[in-house]
Design a protein around this ligand. Sequence first.
Ligand SMILES: [Zn+2]
Length: 81
Amino acid sequence: MHITPRLTAAAEQRWLQIPEQFRERILSKVYCRKCPTPVLITEAEGKLDGHGDIILHGRCADCGGRVCRLIEAGEAGDIPT
Ligand SMILES: [Zn+2]
């Protein structure tokens, strides 16, 4: 499965600095309030906030609820498996 979030130019630049394996993991393990386990994010859109972090908004692939994921600058090095 390959998902590409819709990103602003600045967010995309940051996103592409994250190794691909981490990007896939980020997108496939998003916290959803309604689901018991981490879910895949769909319809993902992202932008940079003022700290250089990427904020992703999208929908839960399981229940369709709204989910969001903050990817902190430098997080790529220590994303839990
Ligand atoms: Zn859900």
